[in-house]
Design a protein around this ligand. Structure first.
Ligand code: C5P
Length: 226
């Protein structure tokens, strides 16, 4: 049948991106990581001195710079790489420093409005899997399939810690756990499209699931929709 829009939302490091990426590959859809877009805006703000040492944000400066920010994804054999104004920033946006600033940046209504518009434009042709926090509730409330992912904070921090140390970042498990907990809190309590499970989303707690079990579960769900 026709191409669908698939929305995968959930908590930080709940495995959403891995899940979304693998599903998109299996069914030949385009994958879009909306979190990477918030991370790219955060990196831009850091590079332009809009974030002070104490973490406070020069919101007015950032909001007026928004029209200058262009984000896209380059498809490579190793997966997608985020481009900020034509420059590859995929590695830079994954650092704990960007993770530490991204959730406050994502509370800014103007930032969200700009990114939601870009995300909707990317979804125009359908046949996409997009992951994030507000995809099923705000970006694509009409999505045909919505998943909401969760797992315990400890489990999620463990996975994230493993991922980051494998990439050579020197961090502790405690730092990663603190970041996960703090982002969840900011994401859930912000005024502008807070993280919540859409009424028509299917919930998944993948704490005890292997990647293969997750793939099977998701493909099964997808097949029932088509
Ligand atoms: O998905 P990821 O953990 O990379 O997202 C980074 C941050 O971007 C989240 O903690 C959240 O604050 C913000 N975000 C958001 N809405 C989205 C995707 C991400 O607010 N759709």
């Amino acid at each position: 049948s026709d191409n669908l829009i698939i929305a995968i939302d959930g908590y930080s490091s709940s495995g959403k991106s891995t899940m979304a990426r693998r599903l998109a590959k299996a069914i030949g859809y385009r994958y879009i990581d909306s979190g990477a877009m918030y991370r790219a805006v955060t990196l831009y703000a850091m590079q332009h001195g809009f974030i002070a040492a104490d973490g406070s944000i020069d919101k007015a400066a950032l909001v007026s710079a928004l029209p200058e920010i262009k984000i896209d994804f380059k498809v490579t054999p190793d997966g997608q790489r985020t481009q900020l104004n034509g420059k590859d920033v995929e590695d830079e946006i994954r650092t704990l420093e960007v993770s530490a600033h991204v959730s406050p940046i994502a509370t800014i209504a103007e930032v969200r409005r700009a990114l939601v518009k870009m995300q909707r434009d990317m979804g125009e042709s359908k046949g996409i899997v997009m992951d994030g926090r507000d995809i099923g509730t705000m970006v694509f409330p009409q999505a045909e399939l919505k998943i909401f992912c969760d797992a315990s904070a400890e489990k999620r921090a463990e996975r994230r810690f493993k991922e980051l140390t494998e990439k050579g970042q020197s961090i502790t498990y405690e730092e990663v756990l603190a970041n996960v907990v703090s982002r969840d809190h900011i994401d859930e309590t912000r005024d502008e499209s807070p993280l919540r499970c859409a009424d028509d989303a299917v919930r998944l707690d993948n704490s005890e699931m292997t990647l293969e079990e997750q793939d099977r579960w998701l493909l099964d769900l997808f097949r029932r929709k088509t």
